[in-house]
Write a protein that binds this ligand. Structure first.
Ligand code: HH2
Length: 297
């Protein structure tokens, strides 16, 4: 039997970005991989499960999180980027940072993608670094900053406003010399958004494909899923995190159908299977090719 892979079908090809948090305070896995060796082992495991990209982050952006110094962030992420690069993994290394100095060091150590949740607003040097290095980048929407972003976020039309923001950031980047084809865009699920904002963004995600750049989506284990599944008052109780996995799968599959192409997730293996099955369902060429290779209808 021929094994077909979703990337055989460009129309619905997707990339999985596995999350490697080297932080004491990330909302779902804080402290688990704080030691560089444990983080590298975790990254290799995610690559083995099918992660195309490994996103290494040393600063939590969960609601209420305090900023981390440049020295501390470098101390956390650099050995992990170096360790993954030395492991010979074929996965692309991404650095999840808003600091140009951290991004530069990571690019020097083997990363080739900068995931900047501030979309180049936090550090004036970021855009120049992206232009000069030619690195790929992900620019994300966030209302406010992590310390305060969940305090009564307000939009008149969340999709229109996120779209206008991303269009402006893309334009700014390109004018500064970043090659457009190196840019991916992300609506920033959970970043200065209520449950209703997150759901509306996911429901109307196809409107953001009009920006003409690949869309990245990060719903993995986020608290809006707990609000839907167990209720706000029980979020964080034992068993809550495990129940967020089916919610993560459902939201990512719907995002694929609405045009997202990169999925930032903690649980790579189940998401790989769910998205591969969803991509096959969406792409009629899958059926045609199976018929041709197996002779079965
Ligand atoms: N979400 C988080 C962090 N970085 N980057 C992009 N592009 N999109 C996202 O949705 C996104 C992101 C938050 O998730 P996590 O890394 O699991 O938690 P923490 O920020 O607490 O480390």
């Amino acid at each position: 039997m021929t094994n077909l892979h979703s990337t055989d079908f460009p129309g619905t090809a997707f990339r999985l970005m596995g999350i490697v948090n080297v932080t004491p305070d990330s909302f779902s896995d804080g402290g688990l991989f704080l030691d560089a060796g444990a983080a590298v082992a975790h990254a290799k495991e995610l690559a083995g499960e099918g992660a195309d990209i490994l996103d290494v982050g040393g600063e939590s952006t969960r609601p209420g999180a305090e900023p981390v110094s440049e020295e501390e962030e470098l101390r956390r992420v650099l050995p992990v980027v170096e360790g993954i690069a030395a492991s010979g993994s074929s996965a692309q290394i991404s650095i999840d940072t808003s600091k140009a100095s951290v991004a530069q060091a990571a690019l020097g150590a083997g990363a080739s993608l900068v995931n900047d949740v501030s979309a180049m607003r936090a550090d004036a040097d970021m855009v120049g670094l992206l232009a000069d290095s030619g690195a790929e980048c992900c620019l994300m929407h966030m209302l406010g900053e992590p310390r305060t972003m969940q305090k009564q976020p307000h939009y008149s039309d969340v999709v229109d406003e996120v779209k206008a923001f991303l269009a402006e950031r893309l334009d700014f980047a390109v004018r500064a010399g970043v090659r457009e084809e190196r840019v991916m865009l992300d609506p920033g699920i959970g970043f200065g958004k209520t449950l209703e904002h997150n759901l509306e963004l996911l429901r109307r995600l196809h409107e953001l494909t009009e920006l003409g750049r690949p869309l990245v989506v990060g719903t993995s284990r986020k608290s809006f899923l707990a609000r839907i599944l167990v209720g706000s008052e029980r979020a964080g109780e034992p068993g809550d995190m495990a129940r967020r996995l089916p919610g993560t799968i459902a939201t990512n599959v719907l995002a694929l159908e609405r045009g997202a192409r990169v999925f930032r997730v903690h649980d790579v293996a189940p998401l790989r299977d769910a998205l591969t099955a969803a991509a096959a369902t969406l792409d009629e060429r899958w059926t045609a090719r199976r018929r041709a290779t197996t002779g079965k209808s």
